[in-house]
Design a binder for this molecule. Structure first.
Ligand code: NAD
Length: 370
């Protein structure tokens, strides 16, 4: 494995792109062909817990490679340089990273910082002419998300959101089954997304840095899930908030919200987002001909699920490895995942979150136009 990886790493080429030689070379059987196409050279911004997970997963990528870092902590930069063989010229901090525009060795920056920083950081990356990969939630509201979409369009760079489930094999299988009509007319989706959050001083419980509470962080999986499972865009939302610990969950930081989404076909989704219940990671969907249940449904996996036809048995691969290889293929070859994950898609989730907060606050049914 080590020698194969070394061999593959030596094949890393400029993002300008070489042809996929094995496609036309009969000497290579497709399954054994060494990958010789373009490799997306990525710098990670924010070397925290998820950034570390992505870096580890990228060791197994063949179409993407970690080549740079952006961090405010010099000791972390040093550790990452040693661990991932990152040259000094590809290391930046939050003050000087605009200079990345002159660095031909970096194609894309993956923004993995607290939510409240995503907008400004992503726009700076776009202005430096690099593709932006940004973690979910892409921003803290739809206005910010729209600014990001506009900035990336103006700079002619991709804006992709870290929706790793769009590449997850069991999820992809269920979406294909729904597209093929195997569930009949889908009528109901249930999504439960939550966990018990710890340390009250963390940025996730700080309105300015998080943009909200559980909904921004984990409820978004049920929102995005309702859309890709049902294959429709919601037209209304109702929501109810429960707060049992106003000390930990301050003004503007939601603890638990139940919400309902209505779809043009008449299908409905009933979802729960929480920072104060354990082990909530479950999707259920039913239609006129069948059903699917997934639990866990959006965790790091392996995802487990069954349908009216039996167990889902697609094999598990680290989600972030699939995602980064998939995003490279999207950028270089225009190959889209089964459900898009560009800035416009992220913007739709942000519009829904804005509407959920409005519905929870007013008690009204709020119309959504995506
Ligand atoms: P984290 O706290 O572990 O890491 C955040 C990083 O940002 C740290 O390295 C921190 O030093 C840095 N940072 C820069 N400026 C900061 C500031 N002003 N305040 C606080 N930290 C600052 O958080 P995380 O779990 O890595 O989450 C980062 C992002 O990734 C969030 O947007 C989160 O929603 C997303 N995330 C996505 C997934 C997923 O499965 N797609 C999973 C976890 C987190």
């Amino acid at each position: 494995m080590g020698s194969r990886r070394n061999f593959l790493e030596k094949l890393t080429v400029s993002a300008v792109g070489l042809p996929l030689l094995y496609h036309s070379n009969p000497l290579f059987a497709a399954s054994e062909a060494p990958y010789q196409g373009p490799v997306l050279k990525v710098a990670i911004m924010g070397l925290g817990s998820y950034g570390t997970r992505v870096a580890e997963a990228m060791k197994d990528c063949k179409r993407a490679k970690l080549v740079g870092v952006i961090s405010g902590t010099p000791s972390k930069i040093k550790d990452w340089q040693a661990k991932y063989d990152i040259p000094k010229k590809n290391c930046y901090n939050y003050e000087n990273f605009d200079a990345i525009k002159d660095n031909k060795d970096i194609d894309a920056v993956y923004v993995i910082t607290p939510n409240g920083l995503h907008k400004d950081q992503s726009i700076r990356v776009a202005k430096a002419g690099k593709h932006v990969i940004c973690e979910k939630p892409m921003a803290v509201n739809a206005d910010e998300a729209q600014e990001m979409v506009d900035a990336c369009k103006a700079a002619k760079v991709h804006l992709l959101i870290g929706y790793r489930m769009h590449y997850e094999p069991k999820t992809v299988e269920v979406i294909k089954m729904r597209q093929n009509g195997e569930f009949g007319k889908v009528k109901f989706f249930q999504g439960q997304s939550g966990f018990t959050i710890g340390d009250p001083s963390q940025w996730r419980l700080n309105k300015e840095l998080a943009g909200g509470g559980a909904m921004m962080d984990i409820g978004i999986y049920s929102i995005n899930g309702a859309r890709y499972m049902l294959g429709e865009e919601p037209i209304w939302v109702t929501a109810q908030e429960t707060k049992t610990d106003p000390i930990k969950f301050k003004e503007g930081v939601d603890e638990t919200i139940q919400f309902q989404l209505g779809f043009p076909s008449g299908a409905v989704a009933n979802c729960l987002s929480t920072y104060n219940m354990s082990h909530l990671d479950r999707f259920f969907m039913t239609g006129s001909e069948g059903w699917v249940e997934m639990q866990p449904s959006t965790g790091y996996g392996p995802i487990k699920g069954r349908t009216h036809k039996g167990e889902l048995n697609q094999s598990h691969t680290t989600h972030q490895t699939l995602q980064m290889d998939g995003m490279s293929q999207l950028i270089f070859e225009g190959v889209q995942p089964i459900v898009p994950l560009d800035g416009e898609e992220g913007l739709k989730d942000m519009k829904i979150i804005d509407a959920i907060y409005e519905a929870a606050e007013t008690g009204e049914k709020v119309a959504i136009s995506l």
